[in-house]
Design a protein around this ligand. Structure first.
Ligand SMILES: [Ca+2]
Length: 124
């Protein structure tokens, strides 16, 4: 199944029951969870939309033991009621290649100031 909307749906109870919250792509820290309907150390099941994955962490700040889910999970095992932060990403997205191979051409503004490298380097 897929969430009705958003990339990931989290639930207070196992088997997709109880209070829930829908999350879009991004990172969520303990304060986000505390402000939501589910809360900190409370997630017990979750749904993941096609093309997304969610990495959950036992501690705040995307730290501590972690596990990545790429599909719906009706129970979270040792992660049940422990999750304090999480990250929702598109599945299979890898970090861009290092830029070390980009030619280091330098440009200057008319006043002589060096244009920052990142502005002129091609993406990826
Ligand atoms: Ca925790």
């Amino acid at each position: 199944m897929s969430p009705a909307s958003g990339a990931v749906q989290i639930f207070l109870d196992r088997d997709f029951k109880g209070a829930s919250a829908t999350l879009d792509e991004g990172s969520y820290d303990v304060n986000h969870l505390q402000a939501g309907a589910v809360g900190n150390d409370a997630i017990s099941s979750l749904k993941v939309a096609d093309g997304y994955e969610v990495t959950v962490y036992k501690d705040a700040g995307l730290k501590g033991d972690s596990k990545t889910f790429t599909a719906d999970a009706a129970a979270l095992g040792e992660f049940s009621d422990t999750i304090s932060s999480l990250k929702v990403t598109k599945k299979g997205v890898v970090a861009p290649a290092p830029r070390s191979s980009v030619p280091r051409i330098q440009f200057r503004y008319p006043d002589g100031a060096l244009v920052p490298q990142d502005i002129i380097a091609p993406l990826g």
